[in-house]
Design a protein around this ligand. Structure first.
Ligand SMILES: [Zn+2]
Ligand SMILES: [Zn+2]
Length: 137
């Protein structure tokens, strides 16, 4: 069993099983996910149960593809699913809670990688970045 939720907790999904995770570097997924990449996996629609589904808002990012997100906090909850649903659903890995056994199986649209996220050799901090107060353009 895997579980996911949005930032405000209004929307939750549960699924019996999940596929491996595909990381997408395209600009649409970056904007939808609010990060350097989108990350998604596939579940079977009949195995997915939703809580707070009424808070889901949707956006057709292409004529045949629709994405959903929490209307209260904006968290991406599903990836680019067919408007006419099939037996699978693409869920957003960014919404996953807890330890997940799944691993990344592929990166797609790697040529569209954000220029600012490429060749990044900046230092990593376990806590918050101590330089926020002095950060200026
Ligand atoms: Zn929310
Ligand atoms: Zn994408």
């Amino acid at each position: 069993m895997i579980e996911g939720s949005c930032l405000c907790g209004a929307v939750r999904f549960r699924s019996e099983r999940m596929s491996g995770i595909v990381v997408c570097h395209c600009s649409m997924c970056r904007k939808a996910a609010g990060g350097a990449t989108g990350a998604f996996f596939v579940a079977l629609r009949k195995e997915v149960t939703w809580t707070g589904e009424e808070y889901l808002a949707s956006y057709k990012s292409s004529p045949e593809l629709v994405r959903t997100f929490c209307s209260r906090c904006g968290t991406a909850m599903t990836g680019a699913n067919l408007v006419e649903p099939d037996e699978t659903i693409i869920l957003a890995a960014n919404a996953l809670d807890g330890g997940i056994g799944a691993r990344v199986v592929a990166h797609e649209h790697a040529g569209s990688k954000a220029s600012w996220a490429d060749n990044d050799d900046a230092p990593h901090f376990d806590g918050p970045y101590p330089g926020w107060e002095s950060l200026r353009p």
